[in-house]
Design a protein around this ligand. Structure first.
Ligand SMILES: Nc1ncnc2c1ncn2[C@@H]1O[C@H](COP(=O)(O)OP(=O)(O)OP(=O)(O)O)[C@@H](O)[C@H]1O
Ligand SMILES: [Mg+2]
Length: 287
């Protein structure tokens, strides 16, 4: 009983302090290789947090830990005041590889996921209605009956986004969700996500390699860089007020300066090796 009360107090404290996620001293690796070493991070309720960093530095790994799909070797992840142990939090996730079932249509992929969430409280007809509504929102209204094998990469990505949004969870974890989209669709979905974040106060953790996208969307950017013993993270607040006007923002000198700064921090050490004059020492044998 005392333990239950203690937990309740912690949950209340988390609510009051406006903390959605707390990662405390997270260490994780594969075999003998450490990917994340004692990472601390807090995400505020309603915050739009973007993770950036070079390929292989551990962004997806970190997202999987927050989604409860892997367990840290040490440290803890606390969501809404509760430590994740062998369970997944209530959240919508967009995986880097989309993770759609190939034998189900776009609509049925969403219906299946929703069914598991709502148990038996909604009929299949109602779930289909929700699924097609969200597919329409990501401009896939014409493709509800298509199987993943009949969809382009960008269409599959949008189906995965629709599935994550349809969950209605107030936490969204999105791993490069717009990477396969053409520029016009990408802008449409960026604006949709900003609107959802603003109107529904959802907390969003979003991975991207695109600095412009990161600055346009984020309240704060966490930059991962490769360290000798796992990733090093640097947190930077985005100094531009929301709502942001895309055109004015991208044309401003302050934006250019901030963008340069972000890229410099993120690519610390990496770009030096690509400077002109630095020979590439191994060309490989070729065929
Ligand atoms: N299942 C696995 N088994 C072994 N090593 C893995 C596994 N998954 C990822 N890794 C390694 O963990 C490291 C971090 O991978 P992760 O996918 O988190 O990188 P990332 O920052 O998301 O990269 P990208 O920007 O390319 O998506 C990489 O070195 C990768 O090779
Ligand atoms: Mg990744």
């Amino acid at each position: 009983m005392a333990q239950i009360l203690e937990k309740q107090v912690i949950v209340e404290e988390a609510k009051e302090s406006n903390r959605k996620i707390e990662a405390k001293s997270i260490t994780f690796g594969y075999d003998d290789v450490t990917i994340l070493n004692s990472i601390d991070l807090e995400v505020k309720e309603g915050e739009f947090l973007v993770l950036m960093g070079p390929s292989g530095c551990g962004k997806s790994t970190f997202l999987r830990l927050m989604a409860g799909l892997d367990e840290p070797k040490s440290g803890e992840i606390i969501i809404d005041g509760k430590t994740l142990t062998n369970q997944q939090p209530d959240c919508g996730v967009v995986f880097q590889d989309y993770s759609l079932f190939p034998w189900l249509t776009a609509e049925d992929n969403i219906v299946l996921a929703l069914k598991q969430k709502v148990k038996n409280t909604k009929s299949k007809k109602e779930l289909r209605h929700i699924a097609s509504e969200y597919l329409g929102l990501v401009q896939l209204g014409q493709a509800v009956k298509k199987y993943p094998g009949q969809m382009s990469g960008g269409m599959k990505q949008r189906a995965a986004i629709a599935r994550a949004l349809s969950f209605g969870s107030d936490l969204l974890l999105m791993d490069e969700p717009f990477g396969a989209l053409d520029p016009v669709t990408r802008v449409h979905l960026q604006n949709l996500l900003l609107q959802i974040s603003r109107d529904q106060q959802r907390t969003i953790v979003f991975v991207t390699h695109d600095a412009d996208e990161a600055i346009y969307l984020a309240d704060r950017i966490i930059m991962f860089s490769l360290g000798a013993e796992g990733a090093i993270t640097t947190s930077v607040d985005v100094p531009f007020k929301k709502p942001r006007n895309r055109k004015l923002l991208f044309e401003s000198k302050e934006f250019m300066r901030f963008r340069d700064y972000i890229l410099t921090v993120m690519n610390r050490g990496l770009l030096d090796n690509l400077e002109e004059g630095n020979e590439i020492r191994s060309y490989g044998e070729g065929i």
